[in-house]
Design a protein around this ligand. Structure first.
Ligand code: COI
Length: 346
């Protein structure tokens, strides 16, 4: 299914120079529902529109839902490519098992993403201006009242052209450590992309933003001593050319960007450690950066803890920048993909 002439016209009115991380509805979305046997069989593209869901749906009442984030990039030669999309499919399957939901197969997931991108191809920004963000959702859409898994599930993908996650011009972020709010606890759902992981930190992030911080850095819920994650991304520290990041042991999202950075840094010959990272190591680091699909690799300019602000090296010549250039080169097609991480769609 191709994009209609009308989509081409509306995409043509876009000012690609002013993209931020906000929703610009595109023309098509993908919808697939479980059939009588509880399995996903066939989905289809429809016009982008509101969906009709019972007020007693599992997602509304008990938060049975997951999301993913992925990006399609337009290369300088005009072709469109996706980055490690099977990894999103695998992560969704892991989360679905945890939340007792059936899940599209890897092939169904990737095929649906590709169809969604191609149907909205005119919404993929020109090379270097941003990307088309894909938001796959899996949720209990069947009615429930007693606590338990829903009787029916929906898989939906919508798309929006996006630019930078953080405000235009902000090349580095200032983080605030919050000791009072935990993002995830051992045994909970911090290690999957559960929809319920996000709203509980809105309040603390909103307060931090009101004080001028870009985001909040959360500490582990058990000891309150180790850094874990920022509201929307993973975190890395660099000290004496060694790269360290909190190990994923159930409370930290296993980021696809995070994993890619670990591989690229290892290929570059850097020592990489996945371990407990005490807050004092972060405060003593040479560089700190965040990683995620939405944020890419974003330098951290400072971390503030108990009124004390610690500043870090950012910009050209840092390890963070070297990794950022290597990763975005592969993602956007400006560097050769020797790792087989990208797939061209058109
Ligand atoms: C992403 O990086 O795609 C995410 O899912 C984070 C989200 C909170 C925007």
């Amino acid at each position: 299914m191709g994009a209609s002439n009308s989509s081409e016209k509306s995409a043509k009115t876009m000012n690609w120079d002013n993209l931020g991380f906000g929703l610009t509805p595109t023309d098509y979305m993908f919808v697939m529902k479980t059939s009588g046997d509880g399995c996903f069989t066939e989905g289809r593209l429809t016009r982008y529109k509101s969906i009709d869901i019972s007020p007693s749906a599992g997602i509304f009442n008990y938060g049975q839902g997951l999301f993913e984030g992925a990006k399609a990039y337009r290369r300088a030669d005009g072709h469109i490519q996706l980055f490690r999309i099977e990894e999103n499919a695998r992560r969704m399957k892991m989360g679905a098992d945890r939340l007792c939901m059936p899940c599209p197969s890897i092939a169904q997931f990737t095929d649906a993403v590709k169809k969604t991108v191609l149907a909205n191809r005119h919404w993929v920004p020109p090379a270097g201006k941003g990307s088309l963000y894909l938001r796959p959702l899996l949720f209990g859409s069947g009615p429930v009242l007693g606590i338990g898994p829903a009787p029916e599930y929906s898989f939906v993908i919508f798309a929006s052209p996006i630019g930078n996650w953080y405000k235009a011009g902000a090349s580095a972020m200032n983080l605030l450590v919050d000791r009072n709010v935990s993002r995830a606890a051992p045994g909970g759902c911090g290690g999957i992309k559960s929809i319920t992981n996000y709203a509980p930190v809105f309040e603390v992030v909103k307060k931090a933003k009101a004080q001028g911080y870009a985001d909040v850095l959360f500490l582990d819920a058990t000891t309150g001593k180790n850094i874990e994650e920022v509201s929307s991304c993973n975190i890395f520290i660099v000290k004496n050319n060694v790269l360290s990041t909190p190990a994923t042991q159930g409370t930290i999202l296993p980021g696809i960007t995070r994993r890619s950075i670990i591989e690229i840094a290892t290929d570059f010959g850097y020592k990489v450690e996945e371990r407990e990272v005490p807050l004092e190591h972060a405060l003593d680091a040479d560089e700190v950066f965040c990683s995620g699909t939405a944020v890419g690799i974003t330098h951290v300019a400072s971390i503030t803890y108990q009124e004390k602000k610690v500043e870090y090296k950012t910009g050209e010549g840092t390890m963070s920048d070297k990794l950022r250039i290597a990763l975005t080169g592969i993602q956007t097609g400006s560097a050769q993909d020797k790792k087989g991480w990208t797939v061209q769609l058109d």
